[in-house]
Structures are given as structure tokens and as C-alpha cells.
Design a protein around this ligand. Structure first.
Ligand code: SF4
Length: 287
């Protein structure tokens, strides 16, 4: 088969585009691209395929909606003026508003200081978080703790939660309907805590909070507005974990955190990049 001059000339740009797209998928926590035949092409951030990963093959593209579940009417709109964090938790109750209720072990609401100036928002609980009912306690959570410590803060001083309060099976990407059902409670948490700054960890958290389709690599590095609160998107700790040899990513996260500290009027510790210490083990985790 012959290749035209035009085709040959476009190959480098096609390769560059494909590489950029795969990088964006990896930053989003996507492990592979479902093919029509149900096979999975591996992206650069591919994780080991455990038994639960078999669900990837039948999963749709990002933002696809589960077709085997009929939604209930969903949560009532929250009244920000009357909601404390406890009231938001009470409102959530033993939530059955989306299909994730059937597979969770524990609902993971959030942890930290209810009056925190700084709020970290991740994507969804992973296996460790689902077991313990606490956000960011797995391997990725250790990276987040290291980032917070490097900022001169503690987990008790900040507040940590996720967009989704229940673990998607196999750490698959959240479905659109799940985000729609759960995100009003995240908004309720934000309105109750009223932080001075928010850090959105990873593409899903940033896109959900900002209503954006942009990949995290384009959103990070600058503040965005979330209901009047400055929001800094940055890479998810699990992305750092999967790319622990790439120190540049750690320093980019640190640069983002320096901006957050400056926004909060807090001192910036010197040379305290979150990747300064030895990197975490191989096991993957979410928030
Ligand atoms: S993910 Fe959110 S909306 Fe779905 S069951 Fe859990 S708490 Fe309810």
C-alpha cells in the first residue's frame, strides 16, 4: 500500500495530537480507550488490570450515562443560607440517589476543619476510602497529605472531600448522572465551609466545579472562580503516583500550591516541593 505525500506530512502532527490526547486521558484518570469490540487500548497512565477492571471494556466514553438504572427524583436544591456542614450530611443521609449506593461499603462525606480556609476536592473515594469512610487515606491520599504538609499545614486545618461520596466500582470514571446527583451536596459543603480558596484535584473535580471541558493541564496554574471563591485546579495525587518519575509534575503542583498559599496570605515554605521526599509505592488509589 502506498502512502500519499499529504499523509506522510501529516503523520507527525497526527502522532503529536494522539499523544496529547492520551496524555489528557491519563491526567483525567482514564486507563484506556474502549473500542467498539469491547477491547481496551492502553493509555500512558494505564494501571494494572484487576478483576474489577473488566468493567472498563463496556464503559462508554467520558461522561456516558448508565443505562441500567432508573434515577429517582434526586436531591432537593440546597438552601445555602440555612445549611451547616452537619445539615448537609443529615440531608445526604443513607443516600440512595444514584447507582453507587448499591456497591459502596461506606459513604465518604469529608474530613477536616468545618471552618477551613482551604478546601481540597477530589474525584471519588477509592478502595481504601470506601473501606474506612474517610477521604484520601490510600496511596494517593499519602501524596495529598505530603502536599498539605509541605504547605506548612495539616489535614486537620484544611477540609478534604470528593465530588462523589461513594466509590465507583473498580475506580471507574464517574458517570454524568452520578455527578449530577451528588454535586449538589458538594456545593452544600462549599457553602457551609465557605473556604477562602479551593483546590480541585484532577480533571473531573475541576471540570465538575467549573463546568468546563478543558483538561487539567490547561486549567491548572491559574485561579478560576467558583461561586466567588478562587479555585486552583491541579493534578490529582493519583496521577502523580502513576508518574512518580516525572518530577516536573510534582513541581507544577507545588507551583500551584504556592499560588494558593499566597492567595491565603500564608507563608511559603522554602524548597518544599511535594516530590522532594521518596515517592510512594506502586499501588494505585483514588481519593
Ligand atoms: S454517589 Fe452521591 S448521590 Fe450517589 S449514592 Fe453516593 S452520596 Fe448518593
Amino acid at each position: 500500500m502506498t502512502t500519499s505525500t499529504t499523509d506522510r506530512c501529516s503523520l507527525p502532527s497526527l502522532y503529536a495530537s494522539a499523544r496529547e490526547y492520551l496524555q489528557e486521558l491519563a491526567e483525567s484518570g482514564v486507563d484506556g480507550i474502549p473500542e467498539d469490540q469491547g477491547q481496551v487500548l492502553q493509555g500512558p497512565g494505564a494501571r494494572g488490570q484487576g478483576p474489577e477492571k473488566s468493567g472498563m471494556a463496556s464503559k462508554g466514553t467520558k461522561g456516558s450515562v448508565a443505562t441500567t438504572w432508573t434515577p429517582d427524583p434526586g436531591p432537593r436544591p440546597l438552601d445555602p443560607a440555612s445549611q451547616s456542614l452537619e445539615a448537609v450530611r443529615h440531608e445526604l443521609g443513607d443516600c440512595q440517589r444514584c447507582a453507587l449506593a448499591a456497591t459502596r461499603t461506606n459513604l465518604v462525606f469529608g474530613s477536616g476543619n468545618p471552618q477551613a480556609d482551604l478546601l481540597f476536592v477530589g474525584e471519588a473515594p477509592g478502595a481504601d476510602e470506601d473501606r474506612q469512610g474517610v477521604p484520601f487515606v490510600g496511596e494517593a491520599g499519602q501524596i495529598l497529605t505530603r502536599i498539605i504538609t509541605a504547605m506548612g499545614l495539616s489535614r486537620q486545618e484544611v477540609y478534604i472531600c470528593n465530588v462523589l461520596k461513594c466509590r465507583p466500582p473498580g475506580n471507574r470514571n464517574p458517570h454524568k448522572d452520578e455527578i449530577e446527583r451528588c454535586s449538589p451536596f458538594l456545593l452544600g459543603q462549599v457553602q457551609a465551609i465557605r473556604p477562602k480558596a479551593i483546590v480541585a484535584l484532577g480533571t473531573f473535580a475541576a471540570q465538575t466545579l467549573l463546568g468546563s471541558k478543558e483538561p487539567i493541564s490547561r486549567m491548572r496554574g491559574k485561579f478560576h472562580d467558583y461561586h466567588g471563591i478562587p479555585l486552583m485546579p491541579t493534578f490529582h495525587p493519583s496521577f502523580l503516583l502513576r508518574n512518580k518519575a516525572d518530577k516536573q509534575r510534582y513541581w507544577e503542583v507545588w507551583e500551584d500550591m504556592v499560588q494558593v498559599l499566597q492567595k491565603l496570605g500564608l507563608p511559603v515554605p522554602e524548597k518544599q516541593g511535594p516530590g522532594a521526599k521518596g515517592q510512594g509505592p506502586e499501588k494505585q488509589g483514588q481519593g
